[in-house]
Design a protein around this ligand. Structure first.
Ligand code: G6P
Length: 616
């Protein structure tokens, strides 16, 4: 939600900020803006819509300053208007501010500021924060050992309830910026004679790979040559300078039309990266050093709890199936947003996991904190290195799939399933899975990238199917067992990027409600893999067909459907049960992608969505 970039340095700030905003656009794309400090005042340009609009607007001004801030917004308080776009400037013109998060007590602050003569030109909580800094700046005398601007930001934040990642500048202090975070990510990029602060590393890596991940409750003062971090309570913090392991090329589109397409086709490589170095030498089990648990500690676990949101929640459901199936231990999966409030009773030997691509989803983070508060060790399966969840978890597994930029998650999803399958194997081998079954399982997982390559070859066929069905406005996705979560994911993908109403259901459960929707206008996408439930799924298809519903069947090689039952058939390679959900993801990702493209939708930036939801 919202992307922010601040630059203090020796080069013109606006081109760098605009470039950074483009990379952060996946975080929010309602409206954008920049403020550059030049000639003793802020030059402010704000525009609704995408960064491209802002870029055209900026070109009309002479923005030469080397200190500036920029923002791409996902609206919370106040509609999508130029006035509500960030940066905000205080009514006395002294302070400019960008903000990611929500200030919950903004209305009492606003009342106070109005009584002091401050005026407001937007409906945002951010403008209130900005004016409160200005108020403290105007009122407070110089604080010993702290400059007045820094002191006024600190004082304001001590009053602020809610979440924030902010970057702010004062008109009297060119070359200085203050940034702080509580609940929204902020990262410092340490360059040569320039410093950057941004919501994520993608806006930084073009200039430097040296980064510092700010923690909640920290505030930093930045100039082109130095930075000092303290806590809001004025404790000094010694920064840990990390090195980003990926380069700018990883976050570029290359020859692809969309990031989603790029990320779908990157999956064989992403899976290889996720599993690299994580199998035992005898190839009979997985190794996860990052769990920080010994084998005997893991043996004490008799139940697992997984929390996540969105697509990651679907990956948890697949993991549930695999752990229960292979390790024979009970697993519970909950939406993080529900878990955090429902005070779920957990028993002593439960091991708690959260899954999150970004590592910043606020509900998932809150679930992690709630479980830790109850005394649980919480482990995370997470892609973004250094993210808040990665840092706060007691251990975990990094996905290593590189930056995922398309808002609809694809490669992170299949990697989460892979890691869930590896976890199931690891636990199963500590219990009663035999050495030879372990070897078979490992070999199957090692073959996953090639099977995905094979499945991707269906792209032209799926594109043609997409064309045939793109005009429909309702879809059902139906699957059973480990492919029921894939039905949910197929429906979610289609909804997210093509705005078609879609529901995912267990195939047999379909007759208890969704069947009422069936007509020639509502296609059903079935997962019908080889195995014990194949015939049952075929019966469900017959029920749909009898009501004139079009059937798109995703079958595994070697399966035969009764003639004329399916309107379209997509064949994926036959594979081990642990790999099947990964391979089965490919056709539904491609189907939703091509349908969205056919309908002319903005695939990478679907309306109303954001990649990383950092508000409740
Ligand atoms: C948002 C995204 C989804 C994602 C979900 C969880 O809703 O649009 O694609 O699955 O957040 O994100 P996370 O980063 O926690 O996996």
């Amino acid at each position: 939600m919202c992307g922010i970039v601040g630059y203090v340095g020796k080069q013109k700030a606006s081109p760098f900020i605009l470039e950074g905003l483009k990379r952060l656009e996946y975080r929010g794309y309602d409206s954008t803006g920049v403020a550059i400090l030049q000639g003793g005042a802020f030059s402010l340009v704000k525009k609704t819509g995408r960064v491209a609009n802002l870029e055209r607007e900026v070109a009309k001004f002479n923005l030469n300053g080397t200190f500036g801030i920029g923002h791409t917004r996902w609206a919370t308080h106040g509609g999508v208007t130029d006035a509500n776009a960030h940066p905000h400037v205080s009514s006395d013109g002294k302070i400019a501010l960008i903000h990611n998060g929500v200030i919950e007590n903004y209305s009492s602050m606003k009342k106070f500021l109005v009584s002091k003569g401050y005026t407001f030109s937007s409906e945002t909580d951010t403008e209130v924060l900005c004016n409160l800094i200005a108020y403290h700046y105007a009122k407070e005398p110089e604080v010993v050992g702290e400059n007045r601007f820094f002191a006024s930001v600190r004082k304001t934040l001590l009053h602020a309830e809610g979440t924030y990642g902010i970057v702010t500048m004062c008109v009297d202090l060119p070359g200085e910026m203050v940034a702080a975070r509580k609940g929204s990510p902020l990262i410092l990029g340490l360059g040569d004679g320039e410093n950057i602060v941004a919501s994520d590393v993608s806006a930084i890596v073009a200039r430097t790979q040296n980064v510092v991940y700010l923690k909640d409750g920290e505030i930093v003062r930045l100039t082109p040559k130095e930075f000092q971090i303290t806590t809001l309570d004025q404790e000094a913090v010694s920064p840990f300078v990390d090195k980003v392991t990926w380069s700018i090329a990883d976050a570029e589109l290359g020859a692809h039309a969309h990031f989603m397409e790029k990320e779908i086709f990157e999956q064989p490589l992403a899976l290889e990266n996720s599993m690299r170095g994580r199998f035992s030498e005898d190839s009979s089990t997985a190794n996860f050093g990052g769990l920080n648990l010994t084998a005997s500690e893991l043996r004490q676990v008799d139940r697992f709890m997984f929390c996540a949101c969105g697509t990651a929640w679907h990956a948890c459901l697949v993991t549930e199936h695999l752990i229960e199936r292979f390790a024979r231990l009970p697993v519970e999966v909950d939406y993080a947003s529900e878990f955090r409030y429902r005070n779920s009773p957990l028993d002593r030997n439960t091991l708690f996991f959260v899954m999150s691509q970004s590592g910043e989803t606020i509900d998932t983070l809150a679930a992690l904190r709630e479980a830790q508060r109850k005394g649980y060790r919480v482990l995370a399966i997470n892609n973004v290195v250094g993210s808040t969840i990665a840092r706060e978890a007691n251990g975990g597994i990094y996905q290593h799939v590189g930056p995922e930029i398309g808002v609809a998650s694809t490669k992170a999803f299949t990697s989460q399933i892979l890691l869930g399958a590896m976890l199931a194997l690891y636990i199963a081998r500590l219990r009663d899975m035999s050495f030879s079954d372990g070897v078979t399982y490992v070999n199957a997982l090692k073959g996953a990238p090639d099977l995905v390559r094979e499945a991707l070859k269906q792209a032209p066929h799926i594109k043609a199917i997409a064309k045939r069905f793109a005009h429909h406005s309702d879809f059902l996705f139906l699957g059973r067992l480990s492919l029921f979560p894939l039905a949910l994911e197929g429906a979610l993908k289609l909804k997210e990027i093509s705005y078609i109403h879609a529901e995912g259901y267990p195939a047999a459960e379909m007759k208890h409600g969704p069947i009422a929707l069936i007509s020639e206008k509502c296609p059903s996408v079935f997962f019908a893999p080889k195995g014990e439930i194949f015939n049952k799924v075929v019966s469900s298809m017959q029920e749909i067909k009898a009501r004139k519903g079009p059937v798109i069947a995703i079958i595994t090689e070697g399966c035969e459907l009764p003639p004329g039952l399916a309107d379209e058939v997509i064949t994926i390679p036959d594979c081990h049960e642990a790999v099947l959900p990964i391979v089965a993801a490919i056709p539904v990702q491609l189907l939703s992608y091509y349908i969205a493209v056919d309908r002319g939708c903005d695939v990478d930036k679907p309306r109303n969505l954001a990649k990383s939801v950092t508000v409740e």
